[in-house]
Design a protein around this ligand. Sequence first.
Ligand code: G4P
Length: 530
Amino acid sequence: MTELQREIGRRRTFAIISHPDAGKTTLTEKFLLYGGAIQTAGSVKGKATAKHAVSDWMDLEKQRGISITSSVMQFEYDGYCINILDTPGHQDFSEDTYRTLMAADSVVMVIDAAKGIEAQTRKLFKVCARRHIPIFTFINKLDREARDPFELLDELEKEFGIGTYPVNWPIGCGVEFKGVFDRDKREILSFSDMHKGMNKIKPTPCDITDIEKMDELIGPYQRAELVDQIELLDGASYEFDLEKVRCGELSPVFFGSALMNFGIEVFLENFLKMTTSPLPRMSGDQEVSPFDEEFSAFAFKIQANMNKNHRDRITFFRICSGKFERGADYFHVQAGKPVRLSQPQQMMAEERQIINEAYAGDIIGVFDPGIYSIGDTVCSAKKKVQFEGIPTFAPEHFSMIEQKDSLKRKQFVKGVEQIAQEGAIQIFHEPNTGMERVIVGVVGVLQFEVLEYRLKNEYNVDVIRNDLPYSYIRWIKNKGIDVKKLNLTSDTKWVQDFKGNNILIFTSEWNINWALEKNEGLILEDFSKD
Ligand code: G4P
């Protein structure tokens, strides 16, 4: 085995998703703690000594207590090199989350045991299912009152149309939580053995028919309940099938408590066994193997001004094949030009580390003078490939913004353009006007707030914002069409993107139908492929 094969073979890259408050940040931190990547957890929010969670770094995030931007973290565990892609939990940031999911090989879905599936989990799951990404479920907060575990599994299966395979099974919940039963090893991991540190919990092997021992461990009442439940599970649940796990049809389910450090190791051990090393990606109709000697990567996220001390822009690439070497010459496919990826770094939340090499599966952030767009490919000049683009989601909210102080025009234009390049907003203008006023389109309204905040904090520009009543966007696909001659309802607006494409924005679907019916041959699409 070559070094390249060994390094790539030990990599695991996954995204972690959840509805806000289910415990994603806490679980991520515990992974990092177990991997020795951080020494103290920062999740004890609200206490005097509180530190913010390592993945929460923007001021605005801190103020609002939500994760807005995704971060990437790498840590070692048991010989594996693990890359976690944290995703913003707030529904307004779904577009960024969708893109992050494109860079992951599997997903860990955190569910609050008292709540089950929630709105955001539902949305995110759909994206994973479309890509057949393997999904691992961590049912969290068993130290609190929880819903019946059978009911939770049933909900997952019915709503998501996938099978579930509980790898372990909870024994009680809340104050009665006694631990979990490992279905494969047939042993009990007892919650009372747990100490809030990082030490391994010693499992107690237990034969489920050994009544005396079981009673000693969990008491007769819970013993009887557990025996019944395990019997039912063994008889009725799905068989474990690794193939199905790997194509996203069967989700291994784990129960635990991230806050209490319970169930993390079992999860990691099984997760690492069941997941694969980085998966191949498609370039046209060709499969690019991660083990290919030649380097290739695609951009899935752009972030400007991550750190106020370094005013800059970072583009995040997911390496798809080979080995990245600092200083080597690569090729930027979309620009058709050679590039050198400057200041390559790996991120640990706000700490950056310059790296000299990285392998398929890894995420690297590179300094970007403004040349990359989301979805771009960078590869070795020896073997050119081009990965499939990342879909852009149609904005659903529009607002007109202009700068308060006309002397700040330059900063305003720069700020708006940079933030648009990152993919957080899309910008349009009225035909035949310049950049005095721009129409901003976003997927979730909170992005408007982020935009205003960032323009003020990073570019020193105050803006006036007027929300517009439109919620649908369609690109006109007919080339050379005279848009002024179209028969449109009075509340349909004609705008252009900055590539000059003609676009219509509508207040209702009814108006879209009107446009199509009254203008024969008009072709409208809800996304731009250009
Ligand atoms: P998120 O990233 O998914 O949004 O969730 P996060 O980890 O921030 O956790 C949300 C809250 O739930 C936190 O409470 C956290 O401590 C708590 N929590 C996470 N895992 C567990 C668990 O296993 N058991 C219990 N009991 N609580 C857990 P918080 O910040 O203290 O306060 P608040 O946000 O509830 O006000």
